[in-house]
Design a protein around this ligand. Structure first.
Ligand code: 6GU
Length: 240
């Protein structure tokens, strides 16, 4: 998979050299390219923004600079992602869909955002998604680019060493939060690992984990339970 990120702060994307994403790049599973938007400016001051028409606070990113950048970086197959607090909410389902894309381009805005004609222009020519991480405001799209790249890259074949670890995780196929996990020592600071996990009884362990996942989800994220398909319920989930 290819991902291009365009930003006025390319150094912000440096962590993508590290850890799992860095390894995926080194292994050739992910072709990730980070670009400095100012490379497409044409004035001595390398200007990327200007004052908003209609007035108001802050600055808006110029469509001409973004247009030159995106004309160079986009391919006919690409999906253009524009991080924005006004975008569609990014979820694990979104990550799963985008992990099947050939090419993603992330256009990171700063200031008050990118001139609205940029999304309009590219949406008429290809696939564009304005994407939000959640209901709060960040200073620019770079953190969203880090989040999207990491969430998508770990779903690419061969990136996570043991694909089984993707099956039971929070927000996975079951639509539940993950059950709590423990390792050695069995007793620490007066807190004991639940006996069932030391029992070696695989069916009981599986039942306990599912109960804990349901209990946690009900307590912390009841909204996830109301979204669940009752077809997926285990008969025993309904016993109290
Ligand atoms: Cl994607 N961008 C910005 N600037 N703020 C956000 C966001 C994105 N998602 C949540 N808040």
């Amino acid at each position: 998979m290819r991902i291009d990120v365009v930003s006025i702060f390319p150094e912000y994307l440096a962590p993508l050299d590290l850890s799992l994403v860095g390894k995926a790049r080194a292994a050739g599973l992910l072709d990730l390219r980070v670009h400095d938007l100012r490379g497409w400016t044409d004035d001595r001051h390398r200007t990327v923004d200007d004052t908003p028409f209609g007035g108001g606070a802050g600055m808006v990113m110029r469509p001409d600079v973004w247009g030159r950048a995106l004309d160079d970086v986009l391919t006919p197959e690409a999906r253009l992602l524009v991080p924005s607090p006004a975008g569609e909410r990014f979820t694990q389902r979104t990550a799963e869909r985008w992990a099947g894309e050939e090419h993603l381009v992330v256009a990171c805005g700063r200031y008050e955002g990118i001139d609205a004609r940029v999304v309009e222009h590219y949406a008429a020519r290809g696939r564009v998604t304005e994407v939000s991480l959640g209901d709060y405001v960040l200073n620019g799209g770079e953190v969203a680019a880090l989040v999207v790249v990491e969430a998508v890259a770990r779903l690419l074949p061969g990136v996570v060493g043991n694909p089984e670890s993707l099956v039971e995780e929070s927000h996975g196929a079951a639509g539940l939060l993950e059950y709590p996990v423990y390792t050695k020592p069995p007793s620490w600071q007066g807190h004991d690992v639940p006996d069932v996990l030391l029992s070696g009884h695989h069916a009981r362990i599986a039942r306990w984990r599912r109960d804990e996942a349901l209990r946690r989800t009900a307590a912390r994220r009841p909204d996830l339970l109301t979204l669940r398909d009752p077809q997926g319920w285990d008969r025993r989930d309904l016993e109290v």
